[in-house]
Design a protein around this ligand. Structure first.
Ligand code: GCU
Length: 138
């Protein structure tokens, strides 16, 4: 399915800052969550169809400790603690996937840190269009 990338540096932040000191990010920067529970990034995501969409978060975690994020869609928790384990270095980026039901039109997808360590460094959110690819023609 087609996908749209939303850059974290363009999202709405609470207790989080835009930085670019670790290479390998897409766009112009990434977001560094403050090292405190409750720091967050909120993406404004437009869905053409209602229903389940894949959400792929690109991140780096240069520590050895998991930094789980709570994922909320339009104020409802859809994933209580999505794991973001260490990637080996702050310049090594990886992805985590989850799925959530979106409404047609504008949605707010919020990623909230759940431990005193805060979140990982967050690069982007990629959202699929919620439409299964058609089977190939005979
Ligand atoms: C380091 C690193 C930051 C990271 C921070 C953290 O300071 O340079 O990019 O966000 O650790 O532990 O959250």
């Amino acid at each position: 399915a087609a996908t749209t990338r939303y850059e974290a540096e363009q999202a709405t932040r609470s207790m989080a800052v835009v930085e670019s000191n670790h290479v390998g990010f897409t766009g112009s920067a990434f977001v560094n969550f403050d090292n405190t529970s409750g720091s967050s990034v909120a993406f404004a995501v437009d869905a053409a169809v209602a229903g389940n969409h894949d959400l792929v978060l690109r991140y780096a975690n240069g520590t050895a400790v998991d930094r789980p994020l709570r994922i909320e869609v339009n104020g409802t928790v859809v994933t209580a603690a999505l794991p973001f384990p260490g990637t080996g270095a702050w310049t090594t980026w990886a992805t985590r996937r989850t799925t959530a039901a979106l409404v047609k039109g504008r949605n707010t997808i919020r990623a909230v840190s759940t431990t005193a360590d805060g979140g990982p460094n967050l690069d982007s959110l990629v959202v699929d269009n919620g439409v299964a690819a058609p089977a190939p023609a005979d």
